[in-house]
Design a binder for this molecule. Structure first.
Ligand SMILES: Nc1ncnc2c1ncn2[C@@H]1O[C@H](COP(=O)(O)OP(=O)(O)OP(=O)(O)O)[C@@H](O)[C@H]1O
Ligand SMILES: [Mg+2]
Length: 270
């Protein structure tokens, strides 16, 4: 059995982060005094309404933005150093693939950029293609793939340098329900096989409950942590899990956080 996640070393430390955009009348407080840790091997979702600062927080972790104040460390390094040392892979809402490169060539791009020789990475690519179920499509071009398949390529590309951490910003929100459910299950499977730490942005309560070990609930204007909820998950497909009492209890609990109905959220809030 896996060791409890709370006993694992801290992978990401978010320490009193604030972030603003614009100035004067147009100043937006995107994030205010946000602090939490993510442990190695944990799946943590950032959940909240549009504009609550989910993407901003993920971008700060990925060194795509600098915070106004506070500190982020990834494996005890500044995000810049973590980025240069390829400590994380990123997947966005749109797959952002290179249209003129095949599936295989898209997945291999980070390895090519890092200066590895083709002979050194053919085994890695074969494994990644299998992991995301695209072995038969390795010579296809992005325009020959469905949206879900394109996202699979983006996930494989993000894993190509074997980073310990995966940062994902609404990777499935543009997909239809069937494809989304398939990819959610596959992501859990990939996570199990690779033992990555995952930070996953979503505005879907069921998605967050289905995938996460913990959910960081953000409220908007200013973007702040409302609460952090520990999820009791049951393994299985979404179709199965969503019918369980545990799943209903968890989604109700998370929903009650948004509607402030809860008197006491018991030990689930950490
Ligand atoms: N580059 C920017 N310039 C100005 N304001 C920005 C910028 N990026 C984000 N914001 C503002 O910061 C706030 C948080 O934005 P962010 O994109 O992080 O929200 P989000 O939770 O990801 O929303 P969504 O669910 O719609 O993707 C919003 O009010 C947004 O308008
Ligand atoms: Mg966003």
């Amino acid at each position: 059995m896996d060791a409890p996640k709370e006993n694992q070393p801290v992978e990401i430390r978010i320490d009193d982060i604030s972030m603003y955009f614009g100035s004067g009348d147009r100043k937006v407080v995107a994030l205010q005094n946000v602090s939490f840790d993510v442990r190695q091997g944990e799946f943590v979702s950032l959940l909240g309404p549009s504009g609550c600062g989910k993407s901003t927080l993920l971008r700060l972790m990925a060194d795509l933005l600098e915070p106004a104040s506070g500190q982020i460390t990834i494996g005890s390094q500044h995000p810049r150093e973590a980025r240069l040392r390829r400590k994380f892979g990123i997947v966005f809402q749109n797959a952002t693939l290179f249209e003129w490169r095949t599936v295989k060539d898209n997945i291999e791009l980070p390895l090519e950029i890092m200066g590895f020789k083709k002979s050194e990475y053919s085994e890695i690519t074969t494994h990644l293609l299998e992991l995301v179920g695209l072995s038969k499509f390795q010579n296809h071009y992005p325009w020959q793939l469905s949206g879900g398949m394109q996202q699979r390529v983006a996930i494989a590309r993000a894993l190509s340098l074997d980073p310990p951490l995966l940062l994902m910003d609404e990777p499935f929100s543009a997909l239809d329900e069937f494809t989304k459910e398939r990819l959610q299950l596959d992501l859990l499977d990939i996570k199990k096989q690779t033992n990555k730490t995952v930070v996953f942005v979503t505005h879907s309560i069921p998605e967050a409950v289905y995938l996460s070990d913990r959910i960081v609930i953000l409220s908007a204007h200013p973007g702040r942590i409302h609460s952090i909820i520990k999820v009791e998950r049951e393994e299985g497909s979404f179709a199965h899990t969503r019918r369980t009492d545990k799943f209903h209890a968890m989604t109700d609990l998370v929903r009650s956080c948004f509607h402030e109905e809860s008197d006491s959220l018991d030990e689930q809030i950490v």
